[in-house]
Design a protein around this ligand. Sequence first.
Ligand SMILES: [Cu+2]
Length: 182
Amino acid sequence: MSNQKNTAIIRFFGLFLILATIATVILAACGGTANPQTATTGTTPTAAATVAPTATPTPAPTPTPTTAPTPTAAPPTPTPQPPPPTPKPQPPAPKVVQVSIIMQNGQFAFSPATITIPKGSPVVWTNNTGAPHTVTSNNGQFTSSGTFNQGQTFSATFATAGTFTYHCSIHTYMTATVVVTG
Ligand SMILES: [Cu+2]
């Protein structure tokens, strides 16, 4: 009986020693190597550990594009683009000068009797009486009109400077003058 008990104890301790040896070898492989490294070159692992975490977290929080979408929504307001009233280069348009044929103190007359116009300006005579009249050049300096009645008009353009006298061929006392300036 005692021999069998001793044998069981020996086997138990033998198994225990085997397990303890295996555990010691595993610990020596993992922790045993770490101890000499920390003792001799302990600065290398600590430096690598400190540099790595600091570099990685900084770039991650930087992306803050939350402010960008807010200003982009505002710009689509500029719609003030109605500048079409630019084509107005019409200063050399000749001014039309009006002469009225009227009844004045019982007589027909050109009114105004004398007009002064720039070269190239058209003149329009309007018959505002009940009688027919003409605009006839005294010496043929410009093309005369035919007879025009009440409400009708005659127009002429004086292209050259000078003094142009005219009359009515029906009522020869009706005389007037057109002065054309250069
Ligand atoms: Cu007349």
